[in-house]
Design a binder for this molecule. Structure first.
Ligand code: UTP
Length: 185
């Protein structure tokens, strides 16, 4: 069985629940301490063995792929000012993984966004990480899922329990029938 080396990361949503903050700034770029949330996601994928990140992005949210690209002006400035540590940090972002971007031309939902990556993924197993969903887990959540996929040889998904009154806010799966491989993260 082929190893999972590709991760699809849909980031093309409109982020309406965070308006007006998301009018011009993608929610995936909101900072958590000193990094945008998308960086934590990509780092988690890379730590879990992913080599290629496929962003499914949309018009107006280019800041996301730019974050992982070279920024000549910033790098030159940091070099001139002898800020070696910061320079290293900024440059390391460009080497994290191979980054590919495909476009979702209309925000038709998460399932459609993943389908937009079909041609780039090809006929091999892949991971999906949501661009705005951070899971604080050790080992990383996606690594746990990849291991489980290798054991079970079937698709696996991570779920989060929510209170009944929060169910209108999420896509809901009934996981009350706990199976043998229902792992707590
Ligand atoms: P959300 O369910 O948070 O949807 O998407 P959203 O559209 O971004 O936000 P709201 O509901 O308007 O507030 C989960 C992830 O899937 C991506 C989002 O960018 C986010 O990272 N997504 C969502 C897409 O790529 N395309 C879509 O059509 C919808």
């Amino acid at each position: 069985m082929k190893k999972i080396k590709k991760a699809v990361v849909p980031v093309a949503g409109l982020g309406t629940r965070f308006l007006p903050a998301t009018k011009t700034v993608p929610k995936e770029m909101f900072p958590i301490v000193d990094k945008p949330s998308i960086q934590y996601i990509v780092e988690e994928a890379v730590q879990s063995g992913i080599e290629q990140i496929i962003f499914v992005n949309a018009r107006g949210k280019e800041a996301i792929e730019d974050h992982f690209d070279t920024h000549i002006e910033v790098e030159t400035l940091l070099k001139d000012r002898k800020k070696e540590k910061l320079l290293e940090e900024v440059q390391s972002l460009t080497k994290l993984a191979s980054i590919v971007t495909v476009r979702q031309k209309k925000p038709l939902g998460l399932g459609h966004a993943i389908l937009c990556a079909k041609d780039v993924v090809g006929n091999e197993p892949f991971a999906v990480l949501l661009g705005d969903d951070l899971v604080d887990a050790s080992p990383p959540c996606i690594q746990q899922l990849i291991r489980l996929f290798e054991e079970e040889k079937s698709s696996v998904i991570a779920l989060m329990e929510v209170e009944k009154n929060q169910t209108p806010l999420y896509g809901i799966a009934d996981a009350t029938q706990r199976k043998k491989n229902h792992l707590p993260i």
